[in-house]
Structure formats: C-alpha cells, structure tokens
Design a protein around this ligand. Structure first.
Ligand SMILES: [Zn+2]
Length: 658
C-alpha cells in the first residue's frame, strides 16, 4: 500500500470513530432503558482499552450496575465497565475509615491504592476472603458507602524464602501511574474499536522465531486490517540467533495492534521490552501472574547480564513501559483486541498464569488456538491444560518433546528416582546441585522435597534456594486461584503454604555460596536451569571436581547451552566455560544425572493425546517450538492419526490460514 493510501485510510478511520461513538451512547441508553425501565443519564461513553466504559452520576444505577453489566455486554458484544463521575467519590482518607469499619481486623489489610482515574480502590490484604465477605456483602457495602469500586488482592506472604519486592514494585508502577495508564487505555481503546475499512477475507501467520527450534518464539498474525504478535522471546542457547526476526518486512511496529504473551518464560517474553525500546506503545495482553513473573524474569535477566559483563539489550525503563502497557486478562473471558479479533485465554498447565490463546477472527471467518507451552497432565502445581474450545480451524502447537523417544516416565517413578539420587549423594556426604528455571520447575521440585521430608523418605539436609526462586515463590502465593485445586485448598483453607516452609533457606550472595559449600552436604536449587548464567553456574564450577557431589537436571536442556554440554559429556568429561572473558576447561568429576518427568511440557504421548482429543477437530495443525526433526516427527504422526493437514514452517516463512 502506498503512503498516500495509508494516510487516506487513517483519516477515514478517525472520522469513523467519532460517528460510532455518538451512536453508541444512544444505543447504550436504549439498552439500559429496556433493562431497567428507567431513563438513566449517561454522561459519557469512552473506549478504554478493550472495555466500553459508561460514566454516569446516577448513584443508584451505579450501585446496582453489577446486575446489568452482563446483559449490556451481551447486547454490545463488548466488555463493559460502569463508573461514577470522579467528583462523587468519597475522599480517600474518609473512604479508608469507612472500609475499616466494614471489614474485620483479622482480614489483615496491608495497604490501599486509590486509583482515582479508574475509580477503583485496590485493597491488599492477608486474608482477601474476609475483605470480600459472605457472597461479596462487604464489597457491596464498601461500594455503597464510599462509591469507590473495590478490588481485593492478596498480600504476598513474607517469610525466609518468600520475598516479594518485585510484586511491590510491579504494583507500585501499575497503580502509581494511573493518569498515564488512562491515557494509554484511551488511545488503545480508540484503536481497538476503529471501524474496519475492509471486509476481511484472509489470515496469515509469519514465523519470526521459534520454528524448527526451541527459543525466541514469535509469531505474527496478519489480516488486511490487524497485526498481532503472539509471544516475543529470546533464545538463550544461541549467541547468533538470539533474537526473533523483528526486522522482517511484514512487521511494522507502528501498525501492531497487540502483543499476546502466553507465559512468563524468557523464550516467550524475553524480547517484549525490546519492542518498547523500539517505540511500541500498544497493549500487551497476558494473565496477571504472567505480568508479575515476566517482570521478574526480565529484571533478573538484565541483572545477570550486567553482572557478567554482557551487553544489555534493554533497560529497566523499557520493562517499566511494558508494565504500564500491560492489560491483564482472566481465563475464559472473551476480549476484543482489534475491530475483528477477539481472544480468550485458557489454562495451559505449564507454569503459573500460562495461557492457551483462542483467537477468533472476523465474524466466524477463522479460529486459531495457539497452545504456547502446555502440559496435558496434572502436576502438583497446576491443573492440566484445557482442550475444549468453542470453534477451531487452525491449531498452532508446541513440540518440545515431539519425538517417540520423548516418552516421559510416570511422575511417581521420576520422584522416586530424584529422591534416590539425592539420598545417594547425601550418604557419601556430597552436595546436590539442581539447576532449575526460577518459575515452574523450582516450585514443583520444592513441593516434592517438602512432601518427601514430611514422609521421612528424604535424608535430612539443609536445602538452599538461590537466584530469583524466592521472588517467584511469592508470586505463586499471591495468585492461589491459578494453582491446582489441592494446592489452592492448602494455601487458602488450611494455611499450609509449602512455599513458606521453614525447610528452605534463601541464599543471595557470592560469599554465602562459597560458605555453604564448605559446610558439608546440602541440597541446592539455583537458577538458571540450563547453566546459561546466574548462581547455578557458580555452584557448578565450584562443585564439579568433587566426586562426592552430584548435579541433577530436571528440565529440558536446549542445544548450545552449558547444561546440554554437561549432560552430554557426563562424569569424566570436560566442558569449556568462559568467565570474565577468560576461557577455562572444567573436568567433571561429580555425578551427572538427568531425571525426566517433571517437565512442564507435554511429552510425546501427551502431545498426541492432545491432538487427538482437542475439540472441535481442527482442519490444520502448525507445529512450532521444537527441534526440526521433532517437529517433523510430530507433524507426521498427527497427519496419519487424524488425517489433518500439518505444517512445519521455517522462520520467516508465511503460512496462509484462510
Ligand atoms: Zn515455557
């Protein structure tokens, strides 16, 4: 399209927005009249992000609005919020006093954020249930007496290993900059609700990274009207092919409608702040835990890079911009993200907050399910991934374990094996190093250790956690509703929070690391999970020459990482490491074990079972996020099993979906 045509279209779209808005206010008035039988004065209707926000000064309508929102939303086919004009809200100091009269002390309210722009009071409490009250009666009272809309969030539990400075920082950035957020929401709202110029007839997907490889996942969905980026990660295993192809001709950052982040691992979100560095100012959609975990991993990533003297691809400022532009979404709620694209998140079972994204394009033109990373089996931490969707034509699925050779042992067996290796090492007075991803595997392994200590199956020894595991634990504790049912019940109802167990001691300094290695046998969980940097590398260097020690890998090791090399060489082998620019050969005298089965990914059987069970049956499956041979093997198996067209794209290749 020429620049002239582009400009012409933009003017046309802006005019369209204004006309639409006038009509909308009348339409909403009519809908409300039909529902309530009353004429309610609407002061204004505004698009804010994916929401239609109705401003009124009619207090009784505002207080009863919960009864009508769903109905209005159904008619408008939009997400609706009703707000009272700001001038009517009670002064924050007085409102705080009122709330303290309504909510009992045991609720343990820690702090309030009065978000005057959004008319919301965010109440952070130790026991959110007591703030909410039976059937939400306290919330309704708070609303009636203060006219603020209350939102309750869980106060992160603080203990020896649960630190929560990241959550505080994230909340501070998000709730402390509401004026800036409102201006972003308004701008994004106008763009999401623009009148489409074309009746759309095609959809294509361009792979910008993460095809025939594990790492730097990044897929551009394109229609005539919309551009949506699914994930934007980095490849930790490669120095050369480290970033996605953000310079591809199809990607114009100014024309991007949305970035959807499936989960907080760096191979899916590591390059999102880079988009902001390049000038992107549109929305990022993900779940709330993903937002917090993503910030944690990105901050840790630049912090480790800085300490190790590697160049920083972005800074704290870019992460802050990303947070201010993030619109968190719940599971199973349909949300418009462009004039013709709706997305819905479903549980992916991979890590806390991970989502499978259902994408509906046009009025029934095309439906896509993007799995991101997913686990089609229950774990101690999470329920298994969702497999039923309203409609489906194209399935884009991961294939990390896409080979018949990748059948993971049952979890009980893996657990027994892990405990056996640990006990064996402790008996000979050695120390065990378990390199873990800070998010997901670390928590799963901590749950297993806790369980086996309690059952006296594990020899008693100090357990140290290092890296950002403690921060990640805090985020897990903050969002119990995203955890597996049994874990949620433990935390909510029985106050038995395994993440705050006294069994685990946090470590965070170099001196402390050397110290604990002098003190006799122990179990150490440290990031990074693939020995690509961070404390696990330090431990490895200091432990490798002692025959009594062991290293146990519990997650997938990407080609090109030190972890993969140690795994390949095994006991008696040599690995080459660089440190402060100097090369060094390390001889591995310690035992090297790999325990599979704790993976947050679906194994071969689970991948096939997912492709077999997914409803409705897709007409095409696109296989990504796997080594080339594995993606092809899985594609072949699904094609013969379900008689579905399967595609394994190459990076930079476009696939037309309809
Ligand atoms: Zn992942």
């Amino acid at each position: 399209m020429t620049t002239y045509e582009n400009l012409h279209l933009k003017i046309f779209k802006e005019k369209g927005d204004m006309m639409e808005e006038e009509g909308l206010q009348q339409k909403i008035s009519r809908v409300i009249y039909d529902l309530t039988g009353n004429f309610v004065k609407i002061n204004s209707v505004r698009y804010e992000g994916p929401y239609i926000v109705i401003y009124t000064d009619n207090i009784s309508f505002f207080l009863e609005s919960d009864n009508y929102i769903a109905e209005i939303a159904k008619v408008l086919k939009e997400r609706v919020v009703i707000r009272l004009e700001r001038s009517l809200l009670l002064d924050p100091k007085k409102a705080k006093g009122e709330i303290e009269k309504i909510v009992q002390k045991e609720a343990n309210i820690e702090r309030y954020y009065f978000d005057s722009v959004f008319g919301e009071v965010i109440i952070e409490a130790g026991k959110p249930g007591l703030v909410i009250g039976q059937k939400g009666e306290n919330l309704q009272k708070i609303k009636e007496r203060t006219l603020w809309t209350p939102k309750v969030i869980r106060k992160p539990v603080e203990s020896k290993i649960v630190k929560s400075s990241i959550i505080h920082a994230v909340r501070h950035i998000v709730y402390g900059n509401s004026a800036q957020r409102l201006s972003f929401y308004t701008k994004a709202g106008g763009r999401i609700h623009r009148i489409p110029v074309f009746k759309n007839s095609w959809v294509r997907m361009i792979s910008l990274g993460g095809s025939k490889e594990v790492g730097r996942s990044c897929f551009l969905l394109q229609t005539q009207e919309s551009n949506i980026l699914l994930d934007c990660g980095i490849n930790l295993g490669s120095k050369r092919d480290f970033l996605p192809y953000l310079g591809a001709p199809e990607l114009d950052i100014d024309e991007l409608d949305a970035v959807v982040v499936s989960h907080a691992h760096l191979d899916h979100c590591g390059a999102v702040p880079l988009l902001f560095k390049y000038g992107y100012r549109g929305p990022v959609y993900c779940t709330e835990p993903t937002r917090d975990l993503m910030a944690l991993l990105q901050l840790d990533y630049i912090e480790v890079a800085r300490k190790e003297g590697r160049p920083l691809i972005y800074t704290f400022k870019d992460i802050e911009e990303e947070l201010l532009h993030t619109i968190p979404l719940e599971y199973e709620t349909v949300t418009n993200i462009s004039p013709e694209v709706k997305i819905t998140f479903y549980n992916a079972g991979h890590v806390l907050g991970s989502a499978i994204t259902h994408i509906h394009i046009g009025e029934g033109l095309h439906n896509i399910v993007y799995t991101g990373d997913f686990k089609f089996e229950r774990t101690l931490l999470l329920e298994r991934s969702e497999y039923r969707f309203p409609r489906l034509e194209t399935l884009i699925m991961e294939s990390t374990y896409g080979s018949v050779k990748n059948i993971l042992p049952p979890r009980e067996k893996s657990e027994a094996l892990l405990i056996e290796y640990i006990n064996k090492t402790l008996r000979r007075e050695g120390t065990v190093l378990i390199p873990v991803l800070g998010v997901g595997r670390a928590q799963e392994i901590l749950l297993i250790l806790e369980k086996n200590f309690n059952r006296k199956k594990l020899i008693e020894a100090p357990v140290y956690v290092d890296g950002m595991i403690a921060e990640a634990n805090a985020i897990h504790t903050t969002y119990p509703s995203f955890l597996s049912e049994s874990l949620r019940n433990k935390i909510l109802h029985r106050s038995m929070n395994p993440f705050t167990s006294e069994l685990f001691t946090p470590i965070s300094s170099r001196e402390a690391r050397l110290d604990i290695l002098q003190q006799g046998s122990a179990i150490i969980l440290a990031t990074s999970g693939m020995l690509t940097g961070g404390p696990s590398v330090e431990y490895f260097k200091n432990m490798a020459s002692d025959q009594r020690n062991s290293i146990i890998f519990v997650s997938y090791q990407v080609n090109g990482t030190l972890g993969r090399e140690v795994q390949r060489q095994g006991k008696g082998g040599n690995v080459y490491m660089t440190n402060d620019g100097r090369g060094e050969i390390i001889r591995i005298e310690m035992d090297v074990y790999t325990v599979e089965g704790f993976s947050g990914h679906s194994d071969w059987m689970q991948l096939l079972s997912y492709a077999g069970k997914i409803q409705p049956k897709p007409s095409r499956v696109i296989i990504v996020h796997g080594e080339k041979s594995k993606s092809q093997e899985l594609a072949h198996a699904i094609r013969s099993m379900r008689k579905i067209e399967t595609t394994v794209p190459t990076n930079l290749e476009g696939v037309r979906l309809c």
